[in-house]
Structure formats: C-alpha cells, structure tokens
Design a protein around this ligand. Structure first.
Ligand SMILES: [Zn+2]
Length: 520
C-alpha cells in the first residue's frame, strides 16, 4: 500500500489583523469579482474560481458553489459542485481521456481539490485573494498561452507519470494507484539514507516540521547504492505509458521490466505549473509552505511581482524559498553530511554538491542561462533529436541544447562508480517544449518523449558499461501533465473584472490580488 500524505502544514488562512470594517471592503470586492467571474458568459474560459474562507475553500462557477475541507464531505452551497468528481484515478483508462479530451467541467475530474487549494492559500503574503482556473480548452496566446497547456486543477493537467525501477523496487508492471508529487523527493532522500523523524515517520523541513510528503516505502525498499531521480518536464502520464507499451520508448520499457509505474501517476500541486511543482518535489511540501506559489506571483510583503519561471531567473529560485523549506539535498545532508549529491539542469538545487545552476551563478551572468546559450551544444547536431523540423520552434531548439548538455553532465558525474553521486537529480525540458507546441499526442509532443527516451537510454547504457545498473534505483516523473486547448476558445476574464469596477492585479494569469490600496 502507498502511504497517503494528509495535509500537515500550519494553516494560516485569512490573516486578518485589521478591523472587521476594512475587511468588509475586501469581502465586498471579492464578492463582486466572483459575481463577474462566474457569469455564464465566461463559462467557456473560467472553469471555476476558488478562495479561502474560515479554514475552508470555496469553489464556484456558473453552475454552482461548494465549500471544501480536507477529510470532510463537501458542502454544496448552491447548484452543482464545480469539483463534483475528485477521484485521483479519474479519466482512466486512457481510452476515456482520448474519447473526450479537454472535457467540460461536468465531465472533468479534480483530484484532491481541498488539500491542494488549501496549501496554495496557506502563504500569508503571496497567496492571491482569488484563484481563477482556466477551462482546459481556453486558449490565451496574448498572455503566453500555447496549443498545449497546463496549470489548472484538473486531473490530466495535474497527473505526472511516476515510475520506480531497479534495486529495491518491490514489483513490476503497471499498478492501479496514484501518489503525490510531494512524495517523490522524500522517497529519493529516504532511499539515499536520510533518516525520518521517529515520531512522524517523515523527513523534517528546515524548521523541524514534518514535510507533507511520505516516502513510498510500500513500493520500494532501501538498499540501492545509488539513487537517481529523472524529471521529464510536462510529460503526459498516460501517453508516456501508452507509447512505452507500443515499443516506442525503449528506455522507459527497460525501466518497467525492472520496476513499476502508477497508472494514476503522481498528483501535482495547484497550480500545475513548473516551478511550483519542481519545488514541491524537491522539498516534499506544498506551495503554501515552500513559497513558490506559481510561475508568477505577487508578494504583498515586498510589493513586488516575481517571475520565477524564466531562464533569466531560474538560477535564483532559492531566493524565493520560505525559510522553513529544505531541499532533499539538505535533508539528506543532515543524516549523511559527506554524501555526494548532484542536481542537473534544475532550479531547485540548494544544498546539492554539484549543480548546473550553481555553475551559472558562479559565471556571474546577469541574465542567468540566457546569455550562456551560445556555450550549449549545437541542436542540429544532437544525436538524440529524432525530427530536425522541430528545431524551427525556438523553445524546442533551446530545450534540445539544454538536454544534450544534461546528458554530458550525467555521464561526466558518473565517469567512475567510486565518485558517482549517492543522489542524482536530472531534469529534462524538451518534453515541455513538445507538449506546449502541439498538446499531448501531437507529433511534437510524442517526438519530444522519444528524444527524452533516447537521452535516458544513453544514461542507462552508460550504467551498463560501468557494470553498476543493478545497484541503482531510478525514479522517473514529471512536474505536471498537459491538455490541448481549442484555438476558437478565446477570451480574457480581466475584461469582466474591469467592467465590474474591481481594482485588481492578475498574476499568472489566474492569481487575482485585489487592489493593495483597498486593503486594510
Ligand atoms: Zn513544467
């Protein structure tokens, strides 16, 4: 059995220090915003809105409203609940998703909605007043949207693959189960030798509080000499398993011969965006505890908008971590201070012995990796690129360069077994580029999975050459899933907020902060 990870954070929702009269102004503004956003005219683009209320979460859309509390039955306020189905195994088997991709709210699934939304709103100064969730079909290129999207609360955008393979893995094949992404980091750190707190059975954050995630000790035993975590950014869980079964991802198939995968994958935090979930994986806590609430968010404390998910700022991501957050490298160092660790092409790297981002920081580059691109391998000469036509997409081309450099770093780190890191984390990004370009099942998405598979295969071959494959346990995951938008489904809810006279800022988009000047 997989141990579940109930919400354990300290909830500090609705930090209300001023008098009730001034908060009444905020409540009134929020009411007006909700009324505008849940107008049936916006139902094609607004899946639901969510906000905290007295320790609960209220979700609302044009069809109804409900109050959610973890571990309790949902309380229907009116109409039909916007999150009526919260089954983490929903929209499986894969045929169901393929027959009805990007489904409307009534047919969609919102796993673990209460826990995930509560964590978002836990942050006292960075949490928005209101979160607006896109419908899966919403296309918003004017705000950075693509043909394939993620970020929403629903199952497919929130479902990352989770495969465990090699030394100590208890079973092989596909399992009808799921985990959380917040379990992945604690699993890796525990496998590498981090000692859990005896009273809770969990690893501890920097403040000595148990992390939210649990080691998946029902699936794998300790004992491997080396632990490797691999992330394929945005890799679609069901399509990855589908292609592997068809023989199109031979490296993934090799992993499955020696291990298992969860059909329900690992559930991402909300929003199902990149840096929020990389950070949850690598700290074992939800966004309300680690502080990276989204790719973009606003901090009322500093009055600054933070764009965390950008090549120019990735190497600085640790600056935004809340003081309580501890990375898995830091958690492992408490138990094994001399253990070698490595973190390849990953922003959440604090405490790692080797880190790509540390190299970028040490270079003194004022714009991070951006101006270092010329030092990366020529993508047109990539030995892992299946279809050169994808290089016409700048993101795919850059990702090919970055991921090729990732293979080089992995092989260099693993030149000799005696010097190989006990814990290695390897992040690949081309899968995000491929899925954004065309959505899941598109040629670009599937080719990106095949390219990533060839890079993984090169590393597995290298382990074979070294003769150490039987002493390695490897975990393959992602940070979120993907759904395809409908290019005809356009619109901007900000127009409705402005028309309603609501003063606000919208970060993300989807994090609505009511105007600073109107707050107590
Ligand atoms: Zn991502």
């Amino acid at each position: 059995m997989i141990r579940r990870a109930p919400h354990t954070g300290t909830t500090c929702l609705s930090v209300r220090t001023a008098g009730p009269a001034s908060w009444a102004v905020v409540d009134s503004l929020r009411d007006r915003a909700v009324e505008a956003l849940t107008d049936p005219a916006l139902a094609e683009i607004v899946d639901l809105v969510a906000w905290p209320d007295d320790g609960a979460i209220v979700v609302s859309n044009a069809g109804g409203s409900a109050r959610l509390r973890p571990g309790e039955p949902d309380e229907l306020v009116d109409g039909v609940s916007p999150v009526a189905n919260q089954d983490p195994m929903g929209l499986l088997p894969y045929e169901i998703e393929r027959a009805d991709p990007s489904p409307a709210n009534a047919r969609n699934v919102y796993p673990l909605a209460a826990e995930r939304l509560l964590s978002l709103f836990e942050d006292a100064t960075r949490a928005p007043d209101l979160a607006v969730v896109h419908t899966p079909r919403h296309y918003f290129p004017e705000s950075g949207g693509h043909r394939g999207e993620h970020g929403s609360l629903d199952a497919i955008q929130s479902r990352a693959p989770l495969l465990l393979s090699g030394a100590g893995v208890r079973t092989t094949g596909l399992l009808d189960d799921h985990a959380w992404l917040r379990d992945v980091g604690p699993t890796l750190a525990w496998l590498a030798g981090a000692t859990p707190d005896p009273s809770t059975g969990r690893l501890l954050d920097a403040s000595g509080v148990a992390v939210d995630g649990s080691a998946l000790d029902g699936l794998v035993d300790r004992g491997a000499r080396w632990v490797v975590g691999v992330l394929w950014d945005g890799a679609h869980c069901a399509d990855l398993l589908h292609l592997a079964a068809r023989g199109e991802l031979p490296a993934v198939a090799r992993l499955l011969e020696q291990g298992c995968a969860l059909r329900g994958g690992a559930v991402a935090e909300f929003p199902s965006v990149t840096l929020t979930n990389h950070t949850s994986i690598l700290t074992g806590v939800g966004p309300g505890r680690h502080g990276i609430l989204g790719n973009r968010f606003y901090d009322r404390d500093t009055g600054r908008s933070i764009n965390a998910n950008d090549a120019a700022s990735w190497h600085r991501s640790a600056e935004w971590l809340r003081p309580g957050a501890a990375t898995i490298f830091e958690q492992l160092a408490r138990s094994r201070p001399d253990a070698q660790t490595a973190c390849v092409n990953e922003p959440v790297d604090r405490g790692a012995g080797y880190s790509t981002m540390a190299v970028i920081r040490a270079s003194g580059s004022s714009d991070g990796a951006t101006s270092l691109t010329r030092a990366l391998p020529d993508p047109s000469r990539s030995p892992y690129l299946g279809n050169p036509e994808h290089l016409a997409d700048d993101y795919f081309a850059w990702a090919t360069q970055v991921d090729d450099a990732g293979v080089d770093q992995m092989v260099t780190l693993w030149q000799r077994p005696v010097a190989a890191p006990v814990l290695t984390w390897w992040s690949q990004v081309v899968t995000d580029a491929g899925h954004h370009a065309g959505g899941p099942r598109s040629a670009a998405a599937r080719d990106s999975l095949r390219d990533a598979d060839r890079r993984l295969g090169a590393f597995l071959d290298h382990l074979d050459v070294l003769g150490v494959a039987d002493d390695v346990v490897l975990v393959l995951t992602a940070d979120h899933g993907f759904e395809e938008v409908d290019p005809a489904c356009r619109g901007d809810w900000d127009d409705a907020l402005r028309a309603a006279g609501v003063p606000f800022r919208d970060e993300g988009p989807g994090f609505v902060y009511l105007d600073e000047g109107m707050r107590p």
